[in-house]
Design a protein around this ligand. Structure first.
Ligand SMILES: [Zn+2]
Length: 393
């Protein structure tokens, strides 16, 4: 028996002689009403006229004074109900009537969406408002137009050179190591055989840093990557093969070849029986890889506190092949780095026995390498963030 049939009978005729059955009957009616309301909402309507029509039909089916379902329930269930069930039926009927207020047309219409494709929208079961597609072809976007362009960035020329240098040494079995840019005076100077009274400290125009809580300038912005030599020796011991690419800081006035921040690459090899021949062979391999296989090297005696003996290494001019030109100032050679055998004092400070182990080290400016590689004559160009410059790399 469906609802339409049930509401034409009295409760007695339906066998509803206790509270449980009466409540079940009202619950069935409430569920049916809610299902029809939800069905209308999820179905949507093709246009406003259709929406009004559908809402009015549902409203009348339930709320019409004549022949509405709720009126029928009033007439057949409530009025003739037996006295003992009357309070219960009355309460359930009132609740049903209150719920029926949701079926008023204005209430219903606000919840029923207008959908361009009535059928598929009903299948999707969504109650969202969808605007109908424009019928005007001119207003539609032109799909043949190019999309929004977003420029791709690239690696900074100094980063490119650093990666290339790292790659060459990684091939040789070296590891890459980093260290702090704010460094203690001990690691930056003392441990590297540059005591406070040593005139060599003046060779580095140092930027001192006052750390929070300390009274004096106990720290520096590292003036070279060499402190990482000591840190790495302490950390790994011997044997040790590493390079240290990183930023360093000097209190220099900026000009075409000086910047307050630039990049160094430090190299260190510590092992048994390491000699100056190993240094020459390794650096010769490196410059042939970096500048080309025809590159020759030249070592001249020099001085650094942390190496003994020390040397300046020059490479044959890549521009003139050694004949003399503007790049090499007519000498045929271009100096690119300092190097030497690690001073025994430095090995000892790193916790390595200089009687058992020896080593060699080098250091050079990566920015200078990038200037040489790309023919850049002013180091400042690297740090001005000018896209017209940077996009050339
Ligand atoms: Zn030259």
């Amino acid at each position: 028996m469906n609802i339409e049939e049930k509401i034409q009978r009295t409760l007695a005729e339906l066998g509803a002689d206790n509270a449980e059955i009466v409540q079940a009957l009202f619950a069935e009616v409430r569920a049916a009403m809610e299902a029809e309301r939800q069905g209308l909402i999820s179905g949507g309507a093709a246009n406003d006229a259709e929406r009004q029509k559908a809402c009015r039909a549902l409203r009348d089916r339930w709320l019409a004074r004549k022949n509405g379902i709720i009126s029928a329930i009033d007439e057949h269930w409530l009025k003739p109900s037996p006295r003992e069930l009357k309070p219960l039926v009355g309460r359930a009927f009132n609740e049903l009537r209150q719920a029926g207020a949701e079926l008023e047309v204005s209430q219903l219409a606000s919840g029923v969406p207008i959908k361009p494709d009535h059928r598929s929208a009903a299948q999707a079961g969504e109650a969202t408002q969808v605007q109908p597609a424009s019928a005007d072809p001119v207003a539609a976007p032109d799909l043949t137009l190019p999309g929004a362009h977003r420029a791709l960035g690239s690696l900074h020329p100094v980063t490119q050179v650093l990666r290339e240098i790292e790659g060459i040494f990684l091939e040789l079995g070296y590891r890459t190591e980093t260290g702090p840019e704010i460094e203690s005076v001990y690691y930056n100077f003392d441990a590297l055989n540059i005591p406070e009274t040593h005139p060599a400290r003046d060779d580095w125009d140092t930027l001192y840093v006052k750390l929070p809580g300390s009274k004096d300038n106990a720290a520096v912005l590292r003036t070279h990557t060499s402190p990482v030599q000591i840190r790495a020796m302490e950390k790994y011991g011997a044997p040790l093969y590493l390079i240290v690419p990183g930023k360093v800081y000097r209190h220099d006035n900026p000009d075409a070849s000086h910047a307050t921040m630039f990049h160094q690459v430090e190299g260190l090899a510590v092992d048994r029986d390491i000699s100056f021949a190993d240094l020459k062979g390794t650096l010769d391999f490196f410059v042939k890889k970096f500048f080309g296989s025809g590159t020759r090297t030249r070592f001249q005696p020099s001085f650094f506190p942390f190496t003994e003996p020390s040397a300046e290494m020059a490479v044959s001019c890549w521009a003139c092949g050694g004949k003399g030109c503007g790049v090499c100032k007519q000498s045929g050679w271009v100096e690119i780095m300092g190097c030497g055998m690690v001073h025994p004092f430095v090995l000892k400070n790193g916790g390595i026995n200089p009687k058992r182990y020896s080593g060699w080290a080098f250091g050079f400016g990566a920015d200078r390498m990038a200037m040489i590689r790309y023919g850049v004559t002013d180091i400042q160009l690297f740090y001005q963030s000018d896209v017209r410059f940077l996009e050339q790399f």
